[in-house]
Design a protein around this ligand. Structure first.
Ligand code: ADP
Length: 487
């Protein structure tokens, strides 16, 4: 991997904790990071524990007050430099990401730009944390509302977007004057370490942003939730782990932001532009090999266009190039783990046992390892596992529907409420369906909804809080009401 990088210093095997870099040699234990495409070990990192998490939190607590005392503009300048360094090192950061996570290099460098865009955006927002002046309720009173940083923020993130998931959290936190302690997924910590290195270069003060590399998520999670100096927990991951963390953080009433699982419906109405719908379904379903929380998980196609859509989608799926993320023109990499492959196989087996048909794919890929054939299932119904659980893999399950009412009911019949998509051209239908879908995000005639300028987040058991946009800073701020009397 180092040979691929123009700046090999970005391949870091030490963790920045409380203002200094802890090497693997200094730590009590280590863990390996492997390339999911080859199984090759690409780095050995310090396996840190509760002691280091405590030290990181302590240092964050110290560093936070002087950071918050700076002007918004001063913080903005540091973040802006960080953004520029990320973009200047985009190719290297992308290569590190592909090596540890497996996604195609073009997608990985795209993720770097996406992650960096949050740092740019929140650098700008740092200057616009406005309060309010409310007319008093009595003649001699004035009411002021100020917004202040929550303090020390702890973060737990998954492996599917090793850069962007952290960027979306650390950028608003630092922008408004919080300190940040992060525990990246143990599958993909190298992207986080490289980000921290560039943050240091950009002028983020020592101790303000720590990265606790650890193979034991629950141990670190418990410290994050129980340490009284942590005032906020921000998490992206599964609904099950989110539920555990919310219970733990309830102990000391921490603020929480939760970006949890999804079960995105993707609806194709009979007035849709079918080619556009196929194109949208391809990026929405197969981006990151189906391993995103906003990936289409259930594809509903209206009866009149069902066969035509199935045929076009199948042709597009069969044309996907599967391979090592560094390979030329590769569009689908390996799955992250054996466990992920098992889940995909289980969903396919369950669906076929209950009457679904494999139109294409359906089996482990001949490349071996955790590579899997991009798959289309036809005749899927709501009793099947794929209807209620996130597959997190390259499987497109097609459901046939007849009426708008029926599809809305099916689409909403889930505990999840993150992203949803539909393709239609009738304007009245566009409005009515967008309003009826019980989701935090609705993509209409598009399969890609992620951008730093819009609020990303879910309702129901998909979580709480929003990332990105002008709303994204709110999760990291407290309101303070000051009542001034005797005026
Ligand atoms: P995924 O299937 O995407 O890995 P998880 O919710 O299992 O989703 O994991 C998301 C992140 O949460 C990962 O970094 C994982 O290590 C971490 N994690 C898993 N279990 C716990 C826990 N009990 N406490 C804290 N973090 C956890």
């Amino acid at each position: 991997l180092a040979a691929r990088l123009s700046n090999p210093d970005l391949l870091i095997t030490a963790a920045p904790v409380a203002g200094r870099w802890i090497t693997a040699a200094e730590a009590d234990g280590t863990f390996d990071v492997t390339n999911p495409a080859s199984g090759e070990v690409i780095a050995t990192l310090p396996d840190l524990g509760v002691a280091e998490a405590k030290a990181a939190i302590e240092a964050a607590h110290e560093a936070q007050k002087p950071w918050a005392a700076k002007t918004g503009k001063e913080r903005a300048q540091v973040l802006r430099r960080w953004f520029e360094l990320m973009m200047a090192n985009q190719d290297d950061l992308g290569a590190i990401l592909t090596a540890e996570m497996g996604k195609p290099l073009a997608e990985a460098t795209g993720e770097i730009a996406y992650g960096a865009s949050f740092i740019e955006w929140f650098a700008e927002e740092a200057k616009r944390v406005y309060g309010d002046l409310i007319p008093g309720h009595q003649p001699d009173k004035r009411i002021m509302v100020m917004k202040q940083p929550v303090g020390v923020v702890a973060s737990i993130t998954p492996w599917n977007f090793p850069n962007a998931m952290i960027a979306r959290k650390v950028a608003p936190a630092l922008a408004v004057g919080c300190a940040f302690v992060s525990r990246p997924a143990s599958e993909t910590p190298l992207s986080a370490l490289a980000m921290a290195k560039l943050a240091e270069e950009a002028g983020v003060p020592p101790g303000l942003f720590s990265v606790v590399t650890s193979s034991s998520a629950s141990e670190i999670g418990q410290e994050f939730c129980s340490n009284p100096k942590v005032r906020k927990l921000t998490f992206t991951g599964s609904t099950n782990v989110g539920r555990i963390l919310m219970k733990q953080s309830a102990e000391q009433i921490q603020k929480t932001s939760m970006e949890l699982g999804g079960n995105a419906p993707f609806i194709v109405f009979d007035d849709a532009d079918l080619d556009a719908a196929v194109e949208g379904a391809m990026v929405c379903k197969f981006r990151n090999n189906g391993q995103t929380c906003v990936c289409a998980n259930r594809i509903y196609v209206q009866a009149g266009v069902y066969d035509a859509f199935t045929e076009k989608l199948t042709a597009a799926v069969e044309a996907l190039k599967v391979g090592d993320g560094f390979g030329e023109g590769v569009q689908a990499g390996p799955l992250i783990s054996e466990k992920a492959v098992k889940k995909v196989e289980e969903h396919i087996a369950d669906a076929t046992a209950r009457g679904a048909r494999v139109v294409t794919g359906g089996r482990p890929h001949e490349l071996g390892g955790t590579f899997f054939q991009p798959t289309v299932l036809s005749g899927v119904t709501k009793e099947m596992q794929v209807a209620t659980e996130e597959t997190f893999g390259p499987v497109a399950p097609l459901f046939r529907f007849e009426t708008v009412e029926d599809v809305i009911e099916q689409a909403n019949d889930t505990i999840f409420g993150l992203a949803s998509y539909f393709y239609a051209r009738d304007m009245a239908r566009v409005f009515r369906v967008a309003e009826a879908l019980e989701y935090g995000i609705v993509g209409v005639n598009t399969g890609i909804i992620s951008t730093e300028v819009a609020p990303f987040g879910g309702i129901k058991q998909s979580g709480q809080g929003r990332e990105g946009s002008k709303y994204g800073v709110e999760d990291y701020l407290e309101l303070k009401y000051v009542c001034i009397g005797g005026v």
